[in-house]
Design a protein around this ligand. Structure first.
Ligand SMILES: *[C@@H]1O[C@H](CO)[C@@H](O)[C@H](O)[C@H]1NC(C)=O
Ligand SMILES: [Zn+2]
Ligand SMILES: [Zn+2]
Length: 345
């Protein structure tokens, strides 16, 4: 079937893109990243060497150097979704009796989303400089498991405060480093985690809201055209009642762009909802994804049987060393700790 082939190609493309992002965004332990590794391992012998090095170079530029590629991608996707929404869906929904107010919600969400996205991209994540890193040293305690006292960053030549990390993409040390996000072309750190969270939430809300509007419109269409009780003639000339598959095919042929977009939005919604929940959880237990990934598979190099060093047995990677209660943890995201506040305590 033509439709199924097209859909298969589409799913494979999307999964490849996600696998690429997972693989190159630093968290190599993800299942999709591993799947990507095995696929490249199998496919590699059939691909000429020069093509391989071009691909490798492209991936390096895309994921390991600061660039605006994903910002443009993001903008393009957003324009496509909102153009389709304004051009086709808006009118359809109005005809189907959706109120004007519910149809304006996606535009309000767009404004909100663009604003936090802008803040997320443009705000400094908490760069540590020679001038201000000493003040940051006493903001967090060293847990002596993931972060050890007195370690210097060889590139920036400064003593690393606890929870900071050197971002290899941006070539700077960042306080309370979470991860480097290619979508916003910025690190996520102490000063912009709040915008990142709000951005994730607003994208989920937008995708969810538009999906619900479209689904409602399609259901209304099916009900109003009486498609549920319709019949068709099969090859023997017998009347047959239409089934759900028939209705889906009919909708796909009547509104190909809308169904395509609905699929995309539902997919984005579930993908991002999972990711947002992960980040909300991290915020609630006061952990960064850097610590989460490090802490999970951590075997401390200092913990040799013959060295005096022993990691604290009380360390719990799922709760976070800096856990101070859920409200305080959330407060810390929205009002990042600064050295001045610390002195007052
Ligand atoms: C340190 O100073 C730089 C440059 O003024 C600033 O951008 C950065 O946000 C400061 N870092 C912190 C953690 O306040
Ligand atoms: Zn550094
Ligand atoms: Zn970075």
């Amino acid at each position: 079937m033509d439709f199924l082939t097209l859909f298969g190609v589409y799913v494979v493309l999307v999964l490849t893109c996600i696998a690429l992002v997972c693989k190159y965004s630093g968290h190599q332990q993800t299942p999709l990243g591993r799947l990507f590794d095995s696929v490249t391992w199998v496919v590699a012998p059939w691909i000429p060497q020069c093509l391989q090095s071009i691909c490798y170079r492209a991936m390096h530029i895309l994921f390991h150097q600061r660039n605006n590629f994903f910002l443009y991608m993001h903008l393009l996707l957003e324009i496509a979704v909102y153009a389709e929404f304004s051009y086709e869906i808006f009118g359809f929904c109005l005809d189907m009796g959706t109120s004007l107010i519910s149809l304006c919600v996606p535009y309000i969400l767009l404004a909100l989303k663009s604003y936090v996205f802008y803040l997320c991209c443009s705000r400094d994540p908490g760069t540590l400089t020679k001038e201000n890193h000493t003040a940051q040293l006493n903001v967090y305690q060293y847990d002596e498991k993931l972060f050890h006292k007195g370690i210097r960053c060889p590139t920036c030549d400064l003593v690393k405060p606890a929870r900071s990390k050197h971002c290899r993409v941006c070539n700077r040390c960042v306080q309370r480093f979470d991860h480097h996000c290619v979508w916003v072309n910025n690190c996520i750190g102490a000063q912009n985690t709040r915008y990142f969270l709000m951005y994730l939430l607003s994208v989920c809300a937008t995708a969810g809201d538009i999906s619900v509007l479209i689904a409602d419109m399609l259901v209304q269409t099916v009900v109003r055209t009486g498609l549920l009780h319709a019949h068709y003639l099969d090859e023997q000339g017998q009347q047959q009642p239409v089934g759900p598959l028939f209705i889906i095919q009919h909708l796909f042929l009547t509104f190909p762009r809308i169904i395509f977009m609905l699929g995309f939005l539902v997919f984005v919604f579930f993908l991002l909802a999972g990711y947002t929940m992960f980040h909300m959880y991290l915020a609630l237990v006061n952990q960064t994804s850097n610590e989460w990934f490090k802490g999970k598979g951590h075997s401390c190099q200092h913990c040799h049987p013959h060295s005096g060093h022993r990691c604290k047995p009380s360390y719990n990677p799922f709760r976070g060393f800096h856990h101070r209660g859920i409200l305080k943890n959330l407060g810390e995201i929205f009002w990042p700790l600064c050295p001045v506040v610390k002195k007052d305590n």
